[in-house]
Design a protein around this ligand. Structure first.
Ligand code: FES
Length: 106
């Protein structure tokens, strides 16, 4: 398994990007006691989502937001709720948390 980081390295709520993981560019979000991992690719145009390094959330830190045209995605399942790709979704990346560390699943 490929280690991404310690879970506590991600703010809660907050997000962190990993540009060169074995699954390509991915990012993790900590929210509500859980960790979610998605491919860093907007379903609209395939661009990276973050506004600045490690900044994938909207101002309220309740949704994932694409920096390009502002599409908003649910943290829990990546579904797009608003913007040009409504009804589409981010690609979830299988992952495991073990002993406080976050890994990509094999
Ligand atoms: S590229 Fe993400 S909303 Fe357009």
């Amino acid at each position: 398994m490929h280690k991404l980081c310690a879970v506590e390295d991600i703010a809660e709520p907050g997000s962190k990007g990993f540009d060169s993981s074995p699954k390509g560019s991915v990012f993790a979000v900590r929210f509500d006691g859980q960790v979610f991992v998605y491919a860093n690719s907007c379903p609209h145009l395939g661009v990276n989502l973050e506004w600045q390094p490690d900044q994938f959330l909207d101002q309220e830190e309740r949704l994932i937001q694409c920096c390009m045209h502002g599409a908003l995605f649910k943290i829990e399942d990546g579904e797009c709720l608003a913007g040009p790709c409504v009804g589409d979704a981010l690609t979830a990346i299988p992952h495991v948390v073990e002993n406080g560390e976050l890994f990509l699943a094999d």
